[in-house]
Design a protein around this ligand. Structure first.
Ligand code: NGS
Length: 483
């Protein structure tokens, strides 16, 4: 017995020691490796305010120390939030009403999940006929598609494609843009609720559902849908929209104090905590870098970052790409308090993942000017526009330019790699010489050339996934060699 105890006791510290040595070796190797690959991250100022204070960087439109962004590392270490910014402090202007002064704010928003038989006509009928006859504010309404509806009848009028609170001039003119593919029931549930929500805040607003109907069965391109929706709004000059709300179709705001207003110089992200409808698990909080879900920003800000990238097909990444665009333009993001920025999420199956998203994110910052809102027109075709007062339903072909389907020829591919090689050599030399203005002009020139070819390769098709991988590998290797 004694012998057995002795053995056990002597083995434990030895095993422990061996494990400790392995652990230390692993950590050291891994850390050194990471350091050499992404050393620039350690020099990157960690918030937007610091970036803004650095005037030299401010003048440059390219990322400060790097061209490549190992996205996951970057997102973990970089803050996108503005610090010490006070939200919802409008200038005192009694002629234009900020939602904070609405008499209809009640705190918790009593959202409704309707029956599955609800139609777009039911919603139209509800807001133009059923609700307007409601006299008693506390009365509970019951319809063929939902019961227990406690929405108040806030006096509203529909003029020139916008809903206006009667006798009130709202602080802003708001467009709520909802990209869609499938998920019809979510869209109807969302639209049914969001009118009641917007009215409690006395917003002047319009709602746009931007649906991808073509190419059939193709993966979702949320970036193109948002770019197309914003282009549509821009073309409808009479709408004179001052605030864009980029809204996921499955999220219903739960608190009236989550004001749907744009801040003048900062984007506002309001999806801080989300809870699945009917789930008892409580709220999930997302990572700090995330700006997906619900984002409110002015048209000027949208244009400043050239909107969304057009290259993300399938689930994931396009919103993180937008975060990188804000970082590149030294724009930080504001958020309401945790208690107000809460949402109920409607259930739905998750769309097909975009396996190219990390490659695309790595190169995000060099594409800002050549891939986005300014480039959207030839890519889209408006298939149908259905107008109801409760929703303008835009149906879109998001890949109108057949050329984008074609994989690049071998010559194009060779020329792309040649140009990229030259571009990297020049860039590295100028970085070594530390001449920012030269870097900027050289880059813009070279990137434009390369970018004319890149979308063809990076366009996410199963058929050219290998090309994406090999181009990225090639570029990464070339950069490593030139370090
Ligand atoms: C991240 C995605 C984002 C997405 C977020 C939340 O991982 O696009 O999850 O997704 N980024 C990448 O994949 C790079 S959610 O849980 O809401 O479906 O928005």
């Amino acid at each position: 017995m004694r012998k057995i105890y002795w053995r056990r006791n002597s083995l434990t510290p030895i095993i422990f020691l061996v494990l400790l040595i392995c652990f230390i070796t692993f950590i050291t190797t891994f850390h050194i490796n990471q350091e050499s690959i992404i050393s620039f991250i350690y020099h990157t100022p960690n918030n937007c305010d610091e970036l803004a204070r650095n005037s030299l960087l401010h003048q440059s439109t390219i990322p400060p120390y790097h061209l490549l962004i190992p996205y996951q590392e970057f997102a973990m270490r970089t803050s996108i939030s503005c610090h010490s910014y006070k939200l919802d402090e409008p200038k005192k202007n009694p002629s234009k009403l900020h939602p904070r002064h609405s008499q209809y704010l009640r705190g918790k928003f009593p959202y409704i999940v309707p029956y599955s038989n609800i139609t777009f006509n039911d919603i139209e009928n509800f807001y133009t006929k059923i609700l307007v006859t409601k006299k008693n504010q506390t009365k509970i309404l019951r319809t063929s598609f939902a019961s227990n509806i406690s929405f108040e009848n806030v006096p509203y009028i529909y003029i020139n494609d916008m809903w206006h609170p009667v006798g009130v001039i709202s602080a802003q003119r708001t467009a709520i843009l909802i990209p869609l593919q499938g998920r019809d029931f979510n869209a109807k549930t969302f639209i049914f609720n969001i009118h009641a929500f917007a009215r409690r805040q006395l917003l002047t607003y319009t709602i746009l559902l931007i649906e991808q109907v073509h190419p059939l069965g193709h993966r979702f391109n949320k970036g193109r849908l948002f770019n197309a929706g914003v282009r549509y709004i821009q073309n409808q000059e009479s709408l004179n929209i001052t605030c864009l709300i980029l809204h996921d179709v499955d999220l219903i705001p739960e608190n009236d104090g989550n004001f749907y207003t744009c801040e003048p110089i900062h984007p506002k992200h309001t999806t801080i905590r989300v809870q699945q409808v009917g789930s008892k698990r409580g709220y999930t909080r997302y990572y700090e870098f995330l700006i997906g879900g619900v984002l409110l920003l002015t048209m000027d800000l949208y244009k400043k970052v050239n909107g969304f990238s057009n290259l993300y097909w399938g689930w994931g990444g396009e919103d993180d790409d937008l975060s990188l665009r804000f970082i590149q333009r030294r724009i930080c993001v504001v958020r309401p308090s945790d208690g107000l920025a809460i949402y109920a999420a409607l259930p739905h199956p998750r769309g097909q993942r975009n396996n190219a998203r990390f490659n695309l994110l790595t190169w995000s910052t060099v594409r800002l000017d050549t891939d986005g809102f300014a480039q959207i027109d030839p890519m889209i075709r408006f298939v149908e526009i259905q107008k109801r007062s409760t929703v303008t339903h835009i149906k879109l072909d998001v890949n109108a330019n057949e050329d984008l389907y074609k994989a690049p020829s071998m010559e194009e591919y060779q020329s792309l790699t040649d140009q990229t090689d030259e571009h990297i050599t020049t860039t590295r030399k100028t970085i070594v010489n530390n001449d920012l203005s030269l870097i900027e002009s050289t880059l813009n020139e070279k990137i434009n050339e390369v970018d004319n070819l890149l979308p063809k390769v990076k366009h996410d098709h199963k058929s050219n996934k290998d090309e994406i991988a090999s181009v990225t590998n090639f570029l990464e290797k070339a950069i490593a060699e030139h370090r």
